[in-house]
Design a protein around this ligand. Structure first.
Ligand SMILES: CC(C)(COP(=O)(O)OP(=O)(O)OC[C@H]1O[C@@H](n2cnc3c(N)ncnc32)[C@H](O)[C@@H]1OP(=O)(O)O)[C@@H](O)C(=O)NCCC(=O)NCCS
Length: 156
């Protein structure tokens, strides 16, 4: 997965961005969150898309999407929306009432995607590219845009 990330993110954030992304996928995600995550493959075994998500263990009712990516050759065909929909259904079945996720300010495609599938940007303490962001969210200088989307209750 690490092998495709720079290509899929089009080098977003330069060398720093590349290092940060690589650190976002340590092995623990492929050991402890496999039942709520998805990896889709091409017929030749290459990676086509992935979604790494989980149910919060400390915030009952909250699910979290940690990372998502789709092969550039498959974009704008509803692949990521489908992976999220599957995750929403699974999370709701397990009692989640909301889904949260985070992206980097300036990742316009991620912003368009998340708002396009019903996420709202949470209030922030600074504005970057016209979008509310949270200062130093992931460490000094690592500002983030955070999103929340409500899930339907048990009766939809
Ligand atoms: C963000 C990403 C996962 C979207 O995947 P995708 O499969 O192309 O998205 P979908 O086709 O399901 O798009 C669903 C909706 O999101 C919005 N959207 C998605 N990509 C968009 C774009 N480039 N510009 C504007 N809106 C976009 C649209 O509303 C779209 O619906 P529509 O096509 O009917 O208009 C993909 O672009 C990607 O892998 N980007 C690089 C990695 C990344 O930034 N990941 C997110 C941060 S961790």
């Amino acid at each position: 997965m690490l092998a495709v990330m720079d290509d899929w993110w089009a080098g977003f954030g330069g060398a720093d961005g590349s290092r940060q992304r690589a650190l976002l996928l340590p092995r623990l995600f492929f050991q402890h969150f496999t039942d709520t995550s998805v990896l889709a493959e091409h017929a030749d075994g290459g990676i086509a898309a992935f979604l790494v998500g989980f149910l919060s263990s400390s915030q009952p009712g909250t699910a979290y999407v940690h990372f998502v990516g789709v092969d550039p050759g498959l974009r704008r065909r509803g692949v990521a929306a489908g992976l999220y929909q599957r995750f929403f259904t699974l999370a709701a079945t397990r009692g989640a009432r909301r889904v949260r996720c985070v992206t980097s300010p300036g990742n316009a495609v991620s912003l368009a995607f998340h708002t396009g599938i019903g996420f709202r940007v949470d209030p922030g303490d600074l504005t970057m590219d016209g979008v509310a962001a949270q200062r130093d969210y992931d460490g000094p200088g690592l500002h983030r845009v955070t999103f929340t989307r409500a899930l339907p209750g048990p009766r939809g």
